[in-house]
Design a protein around this ligand. Structure first.
Ligand SMILES: Nc1nc2c(ncn2[C@@H]2O[C@H](COP(=O)(O)OP(=O)(O)O)[C@@H](O)[C@H]2O)c(=O)[nH]1
Ligand SMILES: [Mg+2]
Length: 338
């Protein structure tokens, strides 16, 4: 069993570019954290398009289908956990699981994930009419899936970490950058109001679920850095903006959402995983067969249970050290609910 982060977002929101930049930065290590791919080929697969991006100023090709890769997360050169990163073509969010293999896989990913990084285009949120921004970012689809598989589904008490990454912050109109992105946060919370309101309800004094079960935060990021890219055509309808990369990219803020997700997960899992495992079988048996088979991948529920227990023990051991580092990310991120 590994820690699992699912990257969520509609087509063209910036998931693949974000992933390439993050893995490039994390491969050399940031703040004591380092990511190693399971094998050298995986690393090459991610480094090549990143090199083309930096050297030839060529954006990564659109993702075909779902892509899952295994990594190892290290902290001060100590193994923390295996770690799976799932990126897929935006389309899978918008299809029912009985109609598409990829959608069934996505539903299983959601059910099994510890953390979600929702990737949404800040430029779309700022410049499109609200209702178009909702559809292009797939905010309602994302809420629907989270709601069914995490918030209200079996296992809601175990919580989940949610990070909303607002990409392409570099090309935002100045009024959305002003005052520490105040106008952007406001619009993003409205576009993602399903998730935001759900979290807000949990923060109410009457809620029986403690706030640390559902850490949720937001941050604008840029893979290229301010002033290094320009909008050639703002786009309309389904067509998103055409953007040229003019100078060498200088990624900004991109590792914080990741460290936030990881750090809060380690905290939360160490505290809840063991007890949550008690009713694992009951929870899994409530799932659609198709989705359950994807989660088990040939294992029995008992084997899955044992793998999870081992992770919990390991995390408990490392947690105090890791907390020292992730507190930086916690301070940098802005709470989803003001
Ligand atoms: N200005 C700017 N544009 C970006 C940035 N990240 C992505 N883009 C643009 O968004 C497009 C789609 O990104 P991609 O990662 O393929 O989106 P995905 O479909 O969610 O994987 C890219 O081709 C770029 O034009 C960024 O940080 N700044
Ligand atoms: Mg992609």
């Amino acid at each position: 069993m590994s820690l699992k982060v699912t990257l969520f977002g509609g087509t063209g929101q910036g998931k693949t570019t974000y992933t390439l930049a993050l893995l490039y930065m994390m491969a050399s290590g940031i703040d004591g954290f380092r990511i190693e791919a399971k094998d050298a080929d995986t690393t090459t697969k991610y480094l090549n398009p990143w090199r083309d991006f930096v050297m030839a100023k060529r954006w990564p090709a659109p993702t075909m289908g779902r892509r899952e890769d295994e990594f190892r997360l290290l902290f001060q050169n100590e193994f923390v956990t295996d770690f799976r990163w799932v990126d897929y073509q935006g389309g899978a969010i918008n299809v029912p699981s009985d109609e598409s293999e990829e959608a069934a896989q996505l539903h299983a990913d959601i059910q099994e994930s510890n953390a979600f990084i929702i990737v949404a285009d800040a430029y779309i949120i700022a410049t499109r009419p609200q209702i178009e921004a909702e559809l292009l970012t797939s905010s309602a689809y994302i809420f629907n899936l989270l709601n069914n598989y995490k918030f209200r589904g079996p296992g809601a008490e175990s919580g989940v970490t949610i990070t909303l990454v607002l990409t392409k912050a570099d090309i935002l109109p100045p009024e959305y950058k002003a005052d520490n992105y105040r106008a952007l946060y406001e619009k993003a919370r409205t576009v993602f109001r399903g998730v935001t309101q759900f979290i807000a309800e949990l923060r109410a004094p009457t809620s029986r679920i403690p706030p640390w079960m559902y850490p949720a935060a937001i941050l604008p990021v840029s893979i290229v850095g301010d002033g290094n890219a320009s909008v050639i055509d703002p786009g309309q309808g389904y067509d998103l903006a055409t953007i040229s990369l003019d100078r060498s990219p200088m990624p900004e803020n991109i590792h914080y959402p990741f460290l936030y997700a990881i750090g809060n997960e380690l905290d939360r899992i160490a505290l809840t995983l063991e007890e949550q495992e008690q009713d694992l079988a009951a929870r899994l048996n409530k799932l659609n067969r198709n989705v359950l088979n994807k989660i088990l991948r040939g294992r029995t529920i008992r084997e899955l249970h044992q793998e999870r227990q081992a992770v919990a023990a390991r995390l408990q051991e490392l947690e105090p050290k890791i907390r020292a580092v992730t507190s930086v990310a916690n301070q940098k991120m802005i709470s989803l609910v003001p």
